[in-house]
Design a protein around this ligand. Structure first.
Ligand SMILES: [Zn+2]
Length: 431
């Protein structure tokens, strides 16, 4: 991937546009955590790039004291991030299963049928919309990365290659596409102009239509020390408090919320037009009250998070140093974006991890950005027979340990780095 600073992409200085909060415009005066300098986490390198200069940007996370939006400055342009995206959602079988359950439930709940339209924003490779096809619900995907959109179209999921916002929503409306359901899963964090994105949803949504958005919950991120889920491609991190303010700014109403275990603890929020027939579920008031109880309206709560991240770094390094001093062989499992934040923040290179493996063949033969750890196919673990396997996508640890429990045959153990380092011996797990 060709990474350019945003200044050269858009021909003006990004910093001058980034003084205020992305949602409400207030001046940003508080830091959540400073993870130092890091390369963009999806810029996996090919062998011939290893001798070249790499771009590093700050991972200094700020929080707005007016709307509580946790945010990074926009160091990278979305055009740069998404022109060739390496993440194909279908490579996670648990995520595809989660999506199927959602499609069946929302079809029943909203009474969707042949005359409806379900639109997914950032529809990736059609991992979700494909499940509406057997239910007879027409779908349309919007996906800016051409390579993943192609995979969706090959599955029979019609997909537009474009960025979503007011411009595209107005164009879709004029072509007769109004949505009964708009889905945005793990896209909100990656939207540089939040207000334009939400205004676009408002335009595209039918009068009684519903929007559902899923995103990692900042309350869980902080409570469980998930600092590694912060990276440049994720500009924004949300509480329900922020979502309610965001919806109200655009004439939308927050009508329901569910807590999900995905991505380390996510929220699924349901939005409808102000004045529509939808009432507000009790879950909304309950979760807003809990967030306030947990201090999410107080800046001091956010400030304490940085110390926890530093302790996790010291604990993980202490474990890795002592294992290497004992002559142990260590490799990684997975090469997710979050892995690269962890590896760069802790400075874990091939002096600790011989290699990592990934199920996504796009990454095989490439190297992780910054730390240059080689990425191999999963079978490499059976050949190398390491003593420890560091699980980088720790949110999928149950799935990974289940698939890899045969490593117990040579005495290997799993290491989970978050919230604090933990060692799991697969031979002690029940059958
Ligand atoms: Zn704000």
């Amino acid at each position: 991937m060709n990474i350019q600073p945003i200044e050269t992409v858009r021909g003006h200085n990004a910093a001058s546009r980034n003084v205020g909060c992305r949602l409400c415009g207030s001046r940003l005066r508080h830091t959540l955590v400073d993870l130092g300098m890091s390369p963009p986490c999806e810029s996996f390198l090919q062998a011939e790039q290893l001798d070249q200069m790499e771009a590093y940007y700050p991972l200094n996370v700020l929080v707005c004291d007016a709307c509580y939006l946790v945010q990074l400055k926009e160091y990278l342009s979305p055009e740069t991030i998404f022109s060739e995206y390496a993440y194909f959602s279908s490579f996670s079988s648990s995520w595809v299963a989660h999506s199927k359950v959602y499609c069946e439930a929302i079809t029943r709940r909203l009474g969707l049928g042949r005359d409806s339209l379900a639109v997914e924003l950032a529809s990736n490779d059609g991992y979700l919309l494909q499940h509406f096809l057997p239910l007879g619900v027409p779908v349309l995907g919007v996906e800016p990365a051409a390579n993943v959109a192609r995979a969706a179209i090959e599955k029979g999921v019609p997909t537009r290659v474009d960025f979503f916002g007011v411009r595209l929503a107005s164009q879709m409306m004029s072509e007769g596409h109004c949505a009964d359901l708009i889905i945005g899963n793990n896209v909100l964090a990656q939207v540089p102009d939040l207000n334009d994105f939400v205004a676009g949803m408002k335009i595209l949504l039918k009068p009684q239509g519903v929007v559902t958005l899923e995103f990692p919950h900042i309350e869980r991120l902080m409570a469980e020390n998930q600092f590694d889920t912060i990276y440049h491609e994720h500009f924004s991190y949300f509480s329900l408090l922020t979502i309610e303010l965001m919806a109200a700014r655009h004439g939308l109403r927050l009508i329901d919320v569910e807590e999900l275990p995905t991505h380390g603890g996510s929220l699924r929020v349901y939005l409808a037009h102000e004045g529509s027939r939808w009432g507000v579920d009790d879950s909304v008031g309950k979760l807003l009250a809990r967030e306030k109880r947990h201090g999410l309206t107080e800046m001091i709560t956010y400030a304490s998070f940085g110390h926890k991240a530093q302790r996790a770094k010291r604990d993980l390094l202490a474990f890795l140093i002592s294992a290497k001093n004992e002559g142990k062989k260590i490799c990684g499992y997975g090469a997710p974006g979050k892995g690269n934040t962890l590896l760069n923040y802790c400075a874990i290179g091939t002096d600790f991890l011989d290699f990592t493996v990934d199920r996504n063949p796009y990454k095989h033969g490439r190297f992780t950005p910054g730390m240059h750890i080689p990425i191999k196919s999963v079978e490499a673990i059976d050949e190398a027979r390491p003593d420890y396997i560091l699980i980088l996508p720790w949110n999928l640890k149950d799935e990974i340990i289940e698939q890899m429990r045969h490593v117990a045959s040579w005495g290997a153990r799993f290491v989970v780095p978050i919230p604090f380092v933990a060692v799991i011996d697969p031979s002690e797990l029940g059958r």
